[in-house]
Design a protein around this ligand. Structure first.
Ligand code: SF4
Length: 290
């Protein structure tokens, strides 16, 4: 397999075959993100992608999951994505799911029929980074997508039968806007009705522009206890009408939670309160990572 630069994937794709369909991120301007800052975005030639898949077929007996990376592979024209999906269907009959990263605006740029076509050709799930439910915070971090676009993009994918897994970032709004971030994120989870929601916790690594803001005192990070208080407030406002799997099992989180919303909300809140009373239950700062 040929890879350009560092490769990122969601925790649940740890055992997936990773295939680069794009290089870098089509937006690449979020101030907290260091992932693709040194990559110039481009869509890979589908021929090259098929060659990589052929190499993988020749070397791996059993491939149950395939993840299409880098950022926003959903932005590919449908005919390009379908060529790749069809190749997978034909050559990896044992593959149970094909997933990708995508931006809400990429989903909104496709018609309902185009999304249904992708579903029919085997795209099972899209991972989206919403980061915050607050419009003010989205603007602050230069997300390049509005609250409304994020909600509509997720709903459009779910309505087309493609599951969504949406990530939010604890601590993203810092000391200044944590309550707004928590409440609006809870409300966004309610309005989106995504199949999966996950939390990671802010860690700033070079060359993320926000790192400079923090170093210059323009941004004040939350303490571990404050992150838990923010998560409690967010969960209190999260009441999706369709059952949603909620996880905070990312390596950056202080506490690992897993449950269904809204059914398991009270037990997850109780776990958080126990952790707030006993700091020994929190992950040590040294063991957190992105
Ligand atoms: S957070 Fe996602 S959309 Fe924003 S720059 Fe990073 S990869 Fe791109």
């Amino acid at each position: 397999m040929r890879y350009v630069g560092d490769i990122y994937r969601p925790p649940s794709e740890a055992y997936s075959l990773l295939v680069q369909v794009t290089i870098g991120c089509s937006h690449n301007k979020c101030t907290f993100c260091n992932m693709y800052k040194n990559k110039q975005f481009k869509v890979r030639d589908p021929e090259e992608v098929l060659e990589d898949l052929a190499w993988a077929r020749a070397h791996y007996n059993r491939v149950q999951r395939i993840f299409l990376c880098d950022g926003d592979a959903l932005c590919l024209a449908n005919h390009k994505l379908i060529r790749i999906l069809d190749y997978i269907k034909e050559n990896f009959p044992e593959c149970e799911r094909v997933t990708t990263y995508g931006r809400a605006t990429a989903a909104l740029a496709k018609t309902e029929e185009e999304l249904e076509e992708l579903r029919d050709h085997g795209l099972s799930m899209v991972y989206l980074g919403a980061e915050s439910g607050s419009q003010k915070v989205l603007e602050m971090v230069n997300k390049g997508e509005t609250r409304e676009q994020l909600i509509d993009g997720v709903r459009k994918l779910e309505d087309a039968g493609i599951k969504t897994s949406v990530t939010f970032i604890s601590g993203l709004a810092g000391q200044e806007m944590w309550e707004e971030h928590a409440i609006e994120t809870g409300k966004m989870i309610t309005e989106m009705n995504a199949s999966y929601v996950s939390l990671l916790t802010l860690m700033l690594q070079s060359p993320a522009p926000m790192l400079d803001d923090w170093a210059a005192g323009r941004f004040n990070k939350l303490t571990a206890e404050e992150v838990l208080a923010e998560t409690c407030l967010m969960l209190q406002h999260a009441n999706p009408t369709k059952s949603c799997v909620f996880r905070s099992n990312h390596a950056s989180n202080y506490v690992s939670l897993r449950g269904n919303l809204p059914e398991d909300k009270e037990s997850m809140l109780a776990s958080l309160k126990r952790c707030m009373e006993d700091r020994g239950l929190l992950k040590d700062e040294r063991f957190r990572m992105l």
